[in-house]
Design a protein around this ligand. Structure first.
Ligand code: COA
Ligand code: AMP
Length: 638
């Protein structure tokens, strides 16, 4: 057994398990409620129960107003550092309050009321954070769409969320190009059946967008007018069970799932995690180098750090190339960051360009305490490299868009547990994590199986999918009755450490971004020359995985396969977006299938990843797999 005696984790987890209601009731005292919870959990409500059903409060109040009221007004709330525009900006809590008050009033003036949805399509600028908080302030439900998605994906989300208003920026800035967001927004609104009544557009100097008469408003002009008139919105109290946001994430089809986050449980869980998991104190600087378009950005760029009263960093840049692989170390030194949260892929990118970490030389990182990794499996090599050079604990932790915060982690605030590279450590309080076989029976330690969480899920996790209770049940609850299915496979070791090895569905993880291969197959299949197709994730030294498409072309007269392959790459980029990183399309004569017609994606993946493979007994024609191996070999894979 490992020595865990120096951590309060064991006692804390046991305290939760003995009385979950008392545990979360205690945690809820760190939140300022309009009306505090009488009931902590009611299992009869919603799909599997609801947290704090009778409480009332406001997330923006907890993230902003209360800090100003308690004397933190002059503390920096947000540090914006943008190497791609060569600019920096700081907002104190008092300034942030002023901005969210003004934007809240603008939104109200545009007709947004409590419960209305607002889509946010913006890059990493402070206004994006202000936008999220302003929605929370007036009880509107935000839905942030990542800038790397194409117009079609934005349209799908607009149709599902049915926003009254869209908040957008004119452009995003990637190191190699300016990405015009406004034309993408216009196209998305044209494609979507639902039409928002108004758009507020932040015109960036790098590329302004054309405003549509009668629908679009200039953000800066409106802001100035409302500020001059002294107009601001107060916090609207909402029920703890009311939605704070909907965030779309990849499902097994092209139709993304709208993960719904509630108000009360979310505040309680994030506040608890900031202190006990991340080990932060109010006033300290926390940097999550993700994007507000992902759940990690929602929880740990915006809500978590601000609810605790930390200074949060908004970074508009990359780990490498903006301008060099020392960018992260500069940021940590310059902004006195105590904890950084990033994806392993970012470290792999740095390690690739600067294997000896020469860019660390001369940097004073004395206040830096912990590096947190999530978003994909953290490979032991990367963890050890970071530990060796940064000389701080490197903490892997595992979570999903659905859960909103870590299922498994090494709780720094409770006292660090021994680290086992390759494991995100142990279940957090709130999560009874089990590894089961197909009949939902727990498997012995060390045996691979499906990772499930006993219901109810803790505060902060999704209570349901946006207006789709039935899809929520089908996707997560039906297969293992009484449990939430994570769709991750792995094992528990004899110390209770969790090892997460991969997905059990067709989701792949590309540079820490979650993507559906099913969604990509839908796009490939829509090409007029494609008869059938399969997309798999193949190993990639930098991004972890990249998608790889195999297509069988229709018989008869047609253009050369290499031209069609290029069209397919462009089609995925146009329909899903550059974030899909779809660059490999291979024409094959046929796809390997079982006798019942199931495509052997798993075996194809093994071939591509140069792992040992054998043709399954149920295969229709074993030669089909050899053909795949040959095509992959010709292109340098396998
Ligand atoms: N708006 C528009 N386009 C975007 C975008 C955005 N917000 N974010 C990424 N893209 C584009 C990129 O420019 C790239 O386009 P390209 O094909 O023309 O080069 C494409 O989407 C793929 O982006 P990405 O997968 O991020 O690759 P990259 O080569 O630009 O960078 C890394 C590689 C590893 C440096 C980068 O992926 C990274 O920093 N990853 C960390 C991921 C992360 O923080 N995930 C959140 C979970 S914690
Ligand atoms: P997302 O919803 O985008 O956060 O992606 C969630 C998925 O990413 C999980 O279901 C896992 O497959 C994977 N993932 C996230 N963090 C980790 C981790 N620390 N270790 C292994 N896989 C991870």
């Amino acid at each position: 057994m490992l020595d865990q005696s120096r951590s309060r984790y064991g006692d804390t987890y046991a305290r939760w398990k003995a009385d979950p209601a008392a545990f979360w009731g205690d945690a809820a005292r760190d939140i300022d409620w309009t009306s505090p919870p009488g009931t902590v959990f009611d299992g009869s409500l919603g799909v599997y129960g609801r947290w704090f059903p009778d409480a009332v409060g406001n997330t923006c109040f907890n993230a902003v107003d209360r800090h100003v009221a308690s004397g933190r007004g002059s503390q920096t709330a947000l540090i914006y550092d943008s190497p791609v525009t060569n600019s920096q900006r700081r907002l104190t809590y008092a300034e942030l309050l002023e901005e969210v008050r003004i934007l809240g009033a603008i939104l109200t003036d545009m007709g947004v009321e409590k419960g209305d949805r607002v889509v946010i399509y913006m890059p990493m600028v402070p206004e994006a954070v202000v936008a999220m908080l302003a929605c929370a302030r007036i009880g509107a439900v935000h839905s942030v769409v990542f800038g790397g998605f194409a117009a079609n994906e934005l349209a799908v989300r607009i149709d599902d969320a049915r926003p009254k208003v869209v908040l957008a920026a004119s452009c995003g800035i990637e190191p190699n190009r300016v990405v015009p967001y406004k034309p993408l927004l216009d196209l998305a609104i044209t494609i979507a059946a639902h039409k928002p009544t108004g758009c507020l557009v932040l015109q960036r100097p790098q590329l302004a967008g054309t405003l549509v008469e009668g629908r679009d408003h200039d953000w800066a002009e409106r802001r100035a007018a409302f500020a001059d008139a002294g107009r601001g919105a107060d916090c609207v109290p909402v029920k703890a069970t009311d939605p704070l946001y909907v965030l779309y994430t990849s499902g097994t089809t092209g139709k993304p799932k709208g993960v719904m986050r509630d108000t009360g449980g979310h505040m309680v869980a994030l506040r608890w995690s900031m202190e006990n998991l991340y080990g932060l104190k109010p006033g300290e600087v926390f940097w999550c180098a993700s994007d507000i378009g992902w759940v990690v950005g929602h929880s740990y760029i915006v809500y978590g750090p601000l609810i605790l009263g930390c200074t949060s960093v908004i970074y508009e840049g990359k780990p490498v190339g903006t301008p060099d692989p020392g960018a992260f170390w500069r940021m940590i030194e310059e902004h006195k960051v105590v904890a950084l949260f990033t994806a392993p892929t970012a470290l792999r990118a740095i390690k690739k360009e600067d294997p000896e970490a020469t860019h660390l030389k001369g940097r004073d990182l004395s206040q830096f305490r912990t590096l947190f990794l999530a978003g994909e499996r953290a490979d032991p090599d990367t963890i050890l490299w970071a530990e060796q050079h940064l000389k701080v604990p490197v903490v892997d932790h595992w979570w999903q868009t659905e859960t909103g915060w870590a299922i498994a982690a090494n709780p720094v605030g409770l006292g660090l547990l021994p680290i086992k590279p390759g494991s995100p450590t142990v279940a957090m309080p709130g999560y009874d994590v089990q590894v089961v076989d197909e009949s939902a029976k727990p498997v012995p330690a060390g045996t691979m199986g499906s990772i499930v969480v006993k219901l109810p899920l803790p505060p902060g996790c999704l209570p349901t999918l946006w207006q789709q209770d039935e899809r929520f049940r089908e996707a997560y609850l039906d297969e293992f009755p009484g449990f939430y299915k994570t769709s991750d496979a792995g094992f528990l070791d004899e110390d209770g450490y969790i090892f997460v090895m991969g997905r059990t569905d067709d989701i792949i993880n590309v540079a820490g971004h979650r993507l559906s291969t099913g969604g990509m197959e839908e796009v490939l299949a829509s090409h007029p020359d494609v008869a059938e197709c399969a997309v798999i994730g193949v190993k990639d030294a930098l991004k972890g995985e990249v998608p790889c498409g195999f297509v069988v072309l229709k018989a008869g007269e047609r253009r050369a396969p290499n031209i069609i392959e290029k069209e397919l790459v462009n089609l995925v980029r146009d329909r899903i977006g550059p974030v899909a990183a779809f660059k490999l399309a291979f024409t094959v004569n046929r796809l390997p299938k079982t006798r019942s017609g199931k495509i052997l994606r798993g075996t194809m993946k093994k071939i591509a990843d140069a792992e040992s493979w054998s043709a399954p007994a149920t295969i229709d024609d074993p030669v089909a797999l050899d053909e795949i191996a040959e095509v992959l070999k010709e292109r340098g894979f396998g």
